[in-house]
Design a protein. Structure first.
Length: 456
């Protein structure tokens, strides 16, 4: 079935005149019925309502003002899953910031992921003659959501791509983000990782799960061994699901939560069970104060501010006559390391070493900011060091990390099997020469440099 183009010269919208002609009454009668005024018989009212339904007519509440000004209302509609969700709120704010500079107001509404509400809110905004709309698609097919007579209206979809319509879309690389989480937890040493996801009828949830599962499969982990709990759409359902798998006979050593409300539920479950320093957690979506909890939450961060700004830019371009073919714009995710995703598998603490000694795991952490212009040299030093350390007996993990958006901020995590291995490593590799050169390239005073310190 071919897809329909949105914003490409469709039929004109029906007016009161069309309704009056079909119902066989005067325009004033139609006006009285649509505005719910008295003085119209019930039989006539029903004829007018039937005609308006057949024509997909919506009362134009701005018609009067439009006759007194230009054809634009300087308003756009924004339809989001929930304006209370931090992700949606940031998109809303970014659009307002961008469009207010052009004198355009943003009307926002929540859809609550309900297809019926999506259709009714679209019609409500059409009735107010918005100049364009930005919306998160909810229904399985958007061709049934936007009436045929309104398909010339500029529309940009966000977060999820539309089905049944060809239109601009601004989305996150959800599958890639899910794969990043899987790869990271695997590198930390986890082999049994639980997945907690949103509703399976939501496109983004399916993509995050696909990326996560496919990445683990490519790493050689049987997908049958992965505990999966889906259709979690609020904090409480996620909390209960996390408690269930964490108290099972063979619980996972790490969790990946694919949405911020699900992450909140996992955090509560881990704290209730006293496992927040034992079981690793990586969440999809960043959130306020994520670095203030203990441990800080490692996340795959979307960039709602970029999504909102780009959606506003594309919508205004379409409103102003841009006729290029519809395109999907992808906004990349960023991994932000804060501690929760770097907790090693608890099983390592009870495993024997190669010498037959019991493991007394030693976890170390360092952070420092590189001077401007020294990024390349420090990257070389860290890469060389990583190669040496990973080959040493007793080393479980060496993970230097630098943020994409802050390329001068370094975070380093190391895990050693025991105190002896740690001390041998420190003596062998972190001598005065290495520290002296590193000190030249970082902003901290050389005397204050703490290369690695224990994580309690």
């Amino acid at each position: 079935m071919s897809e329909l183009n949105v914003g490409g010269g469709a039929k004109s919208r029906p007016t009161m005149r069309h309704v009056a002609a079909l119902a066989g009454v005067g325009i004033k009668t139609v006006s009285r019925v649509m505005n719910e005024e008295p003085g119209v018989s019930e039989s006539t009212r029903q004829k007018v309502l039937l005609a308006s339904k057949q024509l997909n007519y919506e009362l134009d509440v701005t018609a009067g003002s439009l006759r007194r000004s230009s054809r634009r209302t300087q308003t756009v509609g924004l339809l989001l899953p929930s304006v209370s969700n931090p992700f949606s709120a940031e998109i809303h704010r970014a659009m307002e910031d961008a469009l207010s500079l052009k004198g355009v107001a943003v009307f926002a509404a929540s859809l609550d992921d309900e297809p019926e509400r999506e259709e009714s809110m679209v019609r409500a905004f059409l009735g107010r003659r918005v100049d364009g709309m930005v919306l998160t698609p909810i229904a399985s097919n958007q061709a049934h959501v936007i009436p045929e007579h309104s398909r010339d209206l500029p529309v940009v979809f966000i977060d999820r791509e539309p089905v049944g319509l060809k239109a601009d879309a601004v989305v996150t690389d959800n599958a890639v983000g899910g794969a990043k989480a899987a790869q990271h937890l695997y590198e930390v040493g986890h082999r049994k990782i639980g997945y907690l996801g949103d509703r399976t009828d939501i496109q983004t949830a399916r993509e995050r799960r696909r990326g996560f599962i496919d990445a683990l499969s490519e790493l050689g982990i049987s997908t049958a061994s992965i505990p999966v709990r889906e259709n979690l759409h609020d904090v409480e359902s996620a909390r209960l699901a996390a408690i269930e798998i964490l108290t099972s006979e063979n619980p996972p050593t790490a969790l990946f939560s694919s949405q911020n409300l699900v992450t909140f539920g996992c955090m509560r479950a881990l704290r209730e069970l006293g496992l927040n320093h034992t079981v690793a957690l990586v969440g999809f979506d960043d959130f306020t104060l994520s670095d203030m909890v203990d441990p800080g939450v490692t996340v795959i961060a979307q960039h709602p501010e970029k999504i909102g700004a780009l959606a506003a830019e594309r919508l205004m371009a379409r409103i102003e006559g841009d006729a290029q073919p519809p395109k999907t714009y992808i906004v990349e995710t960023t991994m932000i390391i804060r501690g929760s995703g770097e907790i090693p598998p608890a099983a390592l603490s009870a495993s024997p070493t190669m010498e037959g000694k019991s493991v007394d795991q030693k976890t170390l952490y360092a952070e420092f900011t590189v001077k401007e212009g020294s990024e390349e040299r420090v990257a070389e030093m860290m890469n060389d060091l990583a190669q040496k350390v990973r080959e040493e007996p007793g080393n479980i993990l060496f993970l230097p990390y630098v943020r994409e958006e802050r390329p001068r901020e370094y975070f380093v995590f190391e895990i050693y099997a025991d105190e002896q291995a740690f001390q041998e490593h420190i003596t062998a590799d972190y001598g005065a020469e290495f520290n002296a050169e590193l000190a030249e390239h970082i902003e901290s005073d050389a005397s204050e440099l703490t290369w690695l310190r224990p994580v309690e």
